[in-house]
Design a protein around this ligand. Structure first.
Ligand SMILES: Nc1ncnc2c1ncn2[C@@H]1O[C@H](COP(=O)(O)OP(=O)(O)OP(=O)(O)O)[C@@H](O)[C@H]1O
Ligand SMILES: [Mg+2]
Length: 353
C-alpha cells in the first residue's frame, strides 16, 4: 500500500488496449476494441485545491452502491485523503491483441472530462479514470450521490409516500432538462437516460444525471443493444433508423426522460420484457396515462415528450422549460419536497454485498 511517506511514483501511462468484457461469451467476437493511451494505474485529480496523484492501491472501498449490466459501483475513499469520497464504477476489461477499432477509450474519457468537469450542478462530476491491470478493470471515479431514482422510486411506492410526487417529478424534469441542455452545448447526447442514471441527493434536494459518454456510447454500443432489457428506453427512431434517416437527436433523450418520469410515477414500464419490434408496435398506439392524482400539466408534458413521431416532441429544451408544468414549479425547492425526499431516502436499505 502506498502512504504519504512513500510518495507515489508517477509512472508513464501505459498504452493499454482493451475490450469491454462481454457477459455473454458467444457475443465476444462482436465486442469492440479500444485503445487507451491516457489511462493507467495512477491518475491526477484535484483535491482541496491541490493536484494530487492517486493510485489504484490507495482506493479503500466503503460499501456497494449498486450493480449494473456491465459492472458494479462502490462508495470509495482514498487513503490519506480524509473526506474524499467518490463513487467508483468498475467495468471489466479484457486485454486484447486485436486491432483497435476507430473508437478509443480516450475519446470517451475526454467526453466524460468535458461534461463532468463540475460546471453544471445537475451533471455528476467526473474525477478521473484508472485501469487496475490486476483485475482487468477500468475504474471510473465520480461524485457519489445518495441514491438513484430507480431505488428511490421503488421505496416511494413501497411506503406509498406520494403526496408531493407531482412537485418532485416536475423538479426532476427541470433539473434533467438543465443537464441535457448543458450536454447539448457541448454537442453531446446522453443516450442512456433512465431512472438508474438519474441520481438524487437530499441536502439540498438535487437531481443529477450520470453515465453519459463512456457508459452510453462506449459500453452500450458494444453490448447493450444485444442485451435483453437494456433497449426499453430507446426512442422509436433509435430502434427503427428509417424513422429518422438524418440520425437521432435530442428528441431521443426527451423520449427517455418522459418514459423515466412515467415509470417513476406509475411504478410500471410499458415496454418491460419486450424486444425491439414489439416495442415499436406498442409505442405506435400507446399513450402514457399518469395517475389522476398528478396534475394535467405534468400529464400533458409527459405525453408531449413521448410522442411516437419525434418531430412532434419539443424541438428545443427551452420549449420544455416554457411548458405549463415547468412554469408552475416554484423556483426554490419547497419544504414539502425536502421532507418527502428525506422520508424516502432514510428508508432505502444499503445494497447487500
Ligand atoms: N455516482 C453514483 N452515486 C451513487 N450511486 C450510484 C452512482 N453511480 C451509480 N450508482 C448506483 O449504482 C447502480 C449501478 O449503476 P450502473 O451505472 O453500473 O448500472 P445501471 O445504471 O443500473 O444500469 P446499466 O448498467 O444498464 O447502465 C445504480 O443504479 C445506482 O443506484
Ligand atoms: Mg448507470
Amino acid at each position: 500500500m502506498t502512504t504519504n511517506k512513500q510518495p507515489v511514483k508517477r509512472k508513464k501511462p501505459i498504452p493499454i488496449e482493451f475490450i469491454i468484457c462481454n457477459p455473454d461469451e458467444s457475443l465476444s467476437e462482436q465486442a469492440s476494441f479500444y485503445t487507451s493511451l491516457e489511462v493507467g494505474e495512477d491518475a491526477k485529480l484535484k483535491y482541496q485545491e491541490q493536484s494530487i496523484t492517486i493510485n489504484t492501491s490507495m482506493l479503500v472501498e466503503i460499501r456497494r452502491l449498486g450493480f449494473g449490466n456491465f459492472g458494479y459501483v462502490m462508495l470509495t475513499e482514498v487513503q490519506d485523503c480524509p473526506g474524499l469520497q467518490m463513487a467508483v464504477k468498475h467495468l471489466n476489461l479484457y486485454q486484447s491483441t486485436h486491432n483497435p477499432s476507430d473508437f478509443t477509450a480516450d475519446t470517451d474519457l475526454r467526453t466524460l472530462r468535458t461534461v463532468g468537469s463540475g460546471e453544471n450542478p445537475h451533471v455528476t462530476t467526473f474525477y478521473t479514470a484508472l485501469v487496475r491491470k490486476r483485475d482487468n478493470e477500468l475504474l471510473i471515479c465520480m461524485e457519489a450521490c445518495e441514491t438513484s431514482m430507480e431505488k428511490f422510486s421503488t421505496k416511494m411506492h413501497q411506503i406509498n409516500e406520494i403526496q408531493h410526487l407531482d412537485l418532485l417529478l416536475k423538479r426532476m424534469i427541470n433539473h434533467m432538462v438543465d443537464a441535457l441542455s448543458f450536454l447539448k452545448t457541448k454537442n453531446i447526447l446522453h443516450r442512456d437516460v433512465k431512472p438508474s442514471n438519474i441520481l438524487i441527493n437530499q441536502n439540498p434536494v438535487i437531481f443529477k444525471l450520470c453515465d453519459f459518454g463512456i457508459c452510453g456510447r462506449l459500453v452500450n454500443s458494444v453490448t447493450a443493444t444485444m442485451m435483453k432489457g437494456t433497449g426499453i428506453y430507446l426512442a422509436p427512431e433509435r430502434i427503427d433508423k428509417e424513422r429518422s434517416p438524418e440520425g437521432y437527436g435530442i428528441q431521443s433523450d426527451m423520449w427517455a426522460l418522459g418514459l423515466s418520469t412515467y415509470e417513476i410515477a406509475t411504478n410500471e414500464h410499458p415496454f418491460r420484457g419486450l424486444d425491439a419490434i414489439p416495442i415499436l408496435a406498442k409505442a405506435e398506439t400507446w399513450v402514457p396515462q399518469l395517475p389522476s392524482s398528478l396534475s394535467s400539466e405534468l400529464q400533458d408534458l409527459v405525453t408531449w415528450l413521448m410522442k411516437v413521431n419525434h418531430t412532434e416532441r419539443p424541438q428545443r429544451y427551452q420549449d420544455i422549460l416554457e411548458s405549463s408544468a415547468m412554469q408552475q414549479l416554484p423556483q426554490e425547492t419547497t419544504v414539502e419536497e425536502v421532507e418527502m425526499v428525506k422520508k424516502i431516502i432514510e428508508q432505502i436499505p444499503y445494497v447487500p454485498e
